[in-house]
Write a protein that binds this ligand. Structure first.
Ligand SMILES: Nc1ncnc2c1ncn2[C@@H]1O[C@H](COP(=O)(O)OP(=O)(O)OP(=O)(O)O)[C@@H](O)[C@H]1O
Length: 234
C-alpha cells in the first residue's frame, strides 16, 4: 500500500487558545480503513477538517497524495478536494434539490455530460438502496435515507479517500450497520476510508480497521503502527 497522507508534528490552535491538536505524526495507507475515536472534544472533527483541507494547521507538515498540502495554492484546492469525499453527521444535503440532483452535484460541477450524469446517479442511488427515491426532497426522507443520499453524493465522483464525521450519529442502530456496510464495500473496492465515531459497536463491524485514538488533542499510537505501517505495507 502507498502512503497517501502523512502528518509530521502537526498542531492546530484556534485563535489564541491552547492547541486543540498537538504533535500529530502519522501516515495513512491507500486502501486501508481507519476509525478515529476519542471522547467528545478530543479533536476528531478538527483532525478530519485538516484531512479534507477545510482547515490549515498552525504548524507542522501535511502531505496529501505526495504533495505538501499546507502550502498548496488556493487555485489547486478544488482539484485536491475532488479526490476526497466527505460525509457529515447532519447530512448537509441541499434542501431544495431532489435526491438525484444532490447526488449529481459533484459530476455537474466537474462538467460531465447530462446523459452520463443521469446514468451514474441512477446506478449510485440503486447502490445505496434508493432507486425509487430519486425525485424525493431531503425533508421527506428519513435520517438513514438522507445519509445514504449524502454517501452517494460523496462517492459518485470516485474519490480516493472517503472521510466521514460521525456518519451514524443521527440514525438508528440498524441503519448504522447498513451504513457501515456501505463504507466497507467501498473500502473493498479500493477507497481509503476514515470514519470518526463515538459508537464503539461500529468498531467491531470492521475487524481489519486500524484505530486512531485521540486523547485531549494527542494521537495515541502505542504500537507505532500509524507512523510505521506493518512490514510489507509501506
Ligand atoms: N472553530 C473553532 N473555534 C474554536 N474552537 C474550536 C473550533 N472547533 C473546535 N473547537 C474546539 O476544539 C476542541 C476539539 O473539538 P472537535 O470538534 O475537533 O472535537 P471532537 O472530538 O470532534 O468532539 P465531538 O465528538 O464532541 O464532536 C473543542 O474544545 C472545541 O471546542
Amino acid at each position: 500500500m502507498a502512503t497517501i497522507v502523512q502528518f509530521e508534528n502537526v498542531g492546530l490552535r484556534y485563535g489564541t487558545g491552547t492547541e486543540t491538536l498537538i504533535d500529530l505524526s502519522f501516515s495513512l495507507q491507500g486502501g486501508a480503513f481507519y476509525f478515529v475515536t476519542g471522547a467528545s472534544g478530543a479533536g476528531k472533527t478538527s483532525l478530519l477538517r485538516l484531512l479534507y483541507l477545510a482547515q490549515r494547521p498552525s504548524r507542522g507538515i501535511i502531505r496529501l497524495f505526495g504533495e505538501d498540502a499546507v502550502v498548496l495554492p488556493r487555485a489547486r484546492l478544488p482539484g485536491f478536494r475532488r479526490r476526497i469525499g466527505v460525509v457529515f453527521q447532519d447530512f448537509r444535503l441541499v434542501p431544495h434539490l431532489s435526491a438525484a440532483d444532490n447526488v449529481a452535484l459533484p459530476l455537474r460541477v466537474a462538467g460531465m455530460n447530462e446523459r452520463e450524469v443521469k446514468q451514474s446517479v441512477r446506478e449510485m442511488l440503486a447502490w445505496v438502496g434508493l432507486a425509487d427515491w430519486a425525485e424525493a426532497r431531503p425533508e421527506t426522507l428519513s435520517g438513514g435515507e438522507q445519509q445514504r443520499v449524502a454517501i452517494a453524493r460523496a462517492v459518485i465522483a470516485r474519490p480516493e479517500v472517503l472521510v466521514a464525521d460521525e456518519p451514524t450519529g443521527n440514525v438508528d442502530p440498524e441503519m448504522a450497520d447498513r451504513l457501515i456496510h456501505l463504507f466497507d464495500s467501498l473500502n473493498r473496492l479500493g477507497t481509503t476510508v476514515v470514519v470518526a465515531t463515538h459508537d464503539l459497536h461500529l468498531l467491531s463491524r470492521i475487524p481489519t480497521a486500524r484505530m486512531m485514538r485521540l486523547e485531549e488533542g494527542r494521537l495515541l499510537d502505542p504500537t507505532g503502527s500509524l507512523r510505521h505501517p506493518p512490514e510489507g505495507e509501506a
